[in-house]
Structures are given as C-alpha cells and as structure tokens.
Ligand binder design. Structure first.
Ligand code: CAA
Length: 379
C-alpha cells in the first residue's frame, strides 16, 4: 500500500495551496460577514482548471485524478469553506453526472463550459419534503411531444442563485416512486425558472444557497440526462462522489482549525507560560490531530478507489461521515483552546466552527451516511 503522493499530486496540492493563500484566504472573513459570493475567485479557479478537475481534457477539464481533487479541495476549503463548496458542487455534482451519463452532444454543449469554468452548475435534488428521503420528489416532469415540462420547487440548492446550468431531478409518475424519477439539464435562462429566495445561513455564508421555482419550464427532450426512469440512480451515484468532495471540504476546515490552535497555544501565555506547556492543551491537540489524520486517510482511500475504478460508495459515505464529524469536533476544540478569543470574530476559529456544521448535514446527513454504510453490510 502506497501512502505517498505522486509528483503530480504534490504539484497540484501546492498550486492550490498557493492560490488559496494569495487569493482565497484574504477577504474570507469579510465575505462571510457580508454574505458575498466570491465571483472573481470562482472565475480564476475556472482558468486554473479547479472547476472541472476530473473531466477529461477533450471536454474542457483538467483530466486529473480524484486524489488530486481531494488535495485541492482541502487547500481551498482551509482558506474559505464557502469557496470550497462552490468548487465541490461544480466538480462532483454537476460535471461528474454530465460526464458519466451525458450523450456526446450533451458533453460538448453543457459539460465543456462548466469544466472550463465559463459556466457554473447546481444540483437540484432537495425539496421541502425530500431531504433525506430524496426519492420523495414532488417536482414533476411531463412529456409533451419533443419537450419535457417541469413544475415544482427545490430548496437548499448550493450555487442556486449563481448557476447557469442546473441538474434537476423530477418525478414522472409518483406511483413508481424512485423508478419514476428522471434527471434533466436546465438552463437558468429557461422561461419559468426563478430564484425565490436565498437562505440566511449559520455558516458557509459566502456561498449562495437558494430556493428555486420551476413554473412550466419547457425543455427539449434532448436535455434529459441518463436513461428513462434512472434519475434516482443518477442522483445517488453522483452523491457517492460528492461525498468525497464534502469530506475534503471538512478536512480543510479541520486543518485550518488545528493549525490555528497550534499557533495560538504556542503564543498565548497564562500562569506565566504558553498554554501549549499544559497537558490539558497537549491532549486536545493530539486528539484533534489524530482525528484529522484518520479522516484524511479515509478520504484519500475513497478517492483512490474511485481512481482505480472500484466501487467506492461505502468508503465515500465513511469518509464523509467521519471527516465531517471530525471537523465539527476539531473546530469546537479549537474554540475551547482559544477561550474567549475563540468566541470572537477577531479570530477565525468561530467561522471554522460555523462552517463545519453543514458538512454533517448536506449531501446526506451523518444519519444518512450510516444508512448507506450499514446497507453495504446488511442487504
Ligand atoms: N448508486 C446507484 N444506485 C443507487 C445508489 C447508488 N449509490 N444508492 C441507491 N441506489 C439505487 C438502489 O439500487 C435502488 O434501485 P433499485 O430499486 O433499482 O434496486 C434505488 O436506488 C433505491 O435505493 P434505496 O431503497 O436504498 O433508496 P431509499 O429511498 O431508501 O434512500 C437513502 C436511501 C440512503 C436515504 C438516500 O435517499 C440518501 O442518500 N438520502 C440522502 C440524500 C442526500 O444526500 N441529499 C443531499 C442533497 S444534495 C446536496 O446537499 C447538494 C448541495 O447543494 C451541497
């Protein structure tokens, strides 16, 4: 078993770390406070190949492996978790299903601009009554000649207010439950598509999370993505990879919180010496560091299994479950180490704490990950 990164993987990690330090970290705290979408940063990420990392070059992507994607996602998310999720959704939840299930024409028309970062994508699965129960889709799609007509509402859609291209799931026959679900590609300019509201959030406040309405949105039949009745399979298999992205985002937050804590513990003096000299702090740092490394190994393993063409559904759920819970724990302990300062916006750890919280909710709650993992053992 080889735990060493290749020369190429190191190069990509270093490039992402350099970009994160120079372009993403400055202003992250301000964007969080003002809920400012990092449009300029996202545009630059597109030209660096960070928005279509795993897409083959022939479709405008960077043609890199999943391990490189984890490394880059971690660096970007350590600087700004909001920017991390924008990147993750475009790569994992939009580019991947287009590459995996799209026709050649769909790849040329829809995937290439997304992979080049000229356009941004969103993944529209969640609805007011379809959260963990994702198959309970109320958005409908009705065939009308050479068109599909979509009606319904989606909520908690990352990039929802900024995206140009939406992957939309809709029900064609409620009696068929998940077997009636189809996937579609919808242009944000389509008539009948509208942004109802943007969520006011606890964390990842610089990313936009929107509620969307589809009012008789009429799309050509060639914008159906994947085979008839396989929309739920498209949704679930997409989330298998998406969960590696969110695990990587959690790793970034955990790394930032750990590094800030180490730095602070060395400088902050109480009782006449740096608090790093106290065993209470040393034990916290050890536990935080060990959980971070365990999360990292699980995430890189899931990524390398995907690269090797193996089934990675269980491993991606494990990585997402463990890394998100580790990030929450580490960010919480980071605040404890910082004491009162950790509770203040003068220090970044309160942002890490708020940003970490979503990682154990979106792309499947920790409870949903446990369902997925146990399903591999018990079914
Ligand atoms: N790949 C391919 N097919 C899959 C699959 C996968 N990973 N998982 C399930 N399926 C298939 C099954 O094989 C089954 O198909 P057949 O009937 O043909 O055999 C079908 O899907 C139904 O499977 P289940 O009975 O297991 O489905 P379920 O309705 O019981 O749901 C669940 C299981 C684990 C709860 C699932 O619904 C789930 O993962 N829920 C969480 C949803 C989620 O992650 N939402 C996140 C929203 S997206 C988001 O957050 C994005 C963002 O903006 C950041």
């Amino acid at each position: 078993m080889n735990f060493q990164l290749t020369e190429n993987q190191r190069m990509i990690r270093d490039m992402a770390a350099d970009f994160a330090a120079k372009k993403v970290a400055p202003g992250a705290a301000e964007r969080d406070v003002n809920e400012t979408f990092p449009a300029d940063i996202v545009a630059e990420m597109g030209s660096l190949g960070l928005l279509g990392m795993n897409v083959p070059e022939q479709y405008g992507g960077a043609g890199m492996d999943m391990v490189s994607y984890v490394l880059a996602m971690e660096e970007i998310s350590a600087a700004c978790a909001s920017t991390g999720v924008i990147m993750s959704v475009n790569n994992s939840l939009v580019c991947w299903p287009l590459e995996e299930y799209g026709t050649e024409e769909q790849k040329q028309k829809w995937l290439a601009p997304l992979a080049r970062g000229e356009k941004l994508g969103a993944y529209c699965l969640s609805e007011p009554n379809a959260g963990t129960d994702a198959a309970n889709q109320m958005t409908t799609a009705k065939r009308d000649g050479d068109f599909w007509v979509i009606n319904g509402m989606k909520n908690f859609i990352t990039n929802g207010a900024s995206a140009d291209t939406h992957i939309v799931f809709a029900q064609t026959d409620p009696e068929l439950r998940h077997k009636g679900i189809y996937a579609f590609i919808v242009d944000a300019k389509a008539e009948g598509f509208s942004i109802i509201a943007k969520e006011k959030k606890l964390g990842i406040r610089a990313s936009d999370t929107a509620q969307l309405a589809f009012d008789n949105v009429r799309i050509p039949a060639d914008q159906q993505l994947g085979p008839d009745g396989k929309g739920f399979k498209v949704a679930m298999s997409t989330l298998d990879g998406g969960r590696i992205g969110i695990a990587s985002q959690a790793l970034g937050i955990a790394k930032a919180a750990l590094e800030a804590s180490v730095e602070y513990a060395k400088q902050r003096e109480q009782f006449g010496r740096p608090i790093a000299k106290f065993q209470a702090i040393q034990w916290k740092i050890s536990e935080m560091s060990t959980r971070y490394e365990a999360a990292r190994l699980l995430t890189l393993r899931a990524a390398s299994m995907k690269d090797a063409g193996e089934n990675y559904g269980k491993e991606s759920a494990m990585a997402k479950l463990y890394a998100s819970e580790a990030a929450n724990y580490i960010a919480d302990e980071a605040i404890q180490i910082h004491g009162g300062n950790g509770y203040s916006k003068e220090f970044p750890v309160e942002r890490y704490f708020r940003d970490a919280r979503i990682t154990s909710i979106y792309e499947g709650t920790s409870e949903a990950q446990r369902l997925v993992i146990s399903g591999y053992h018990l079914r």
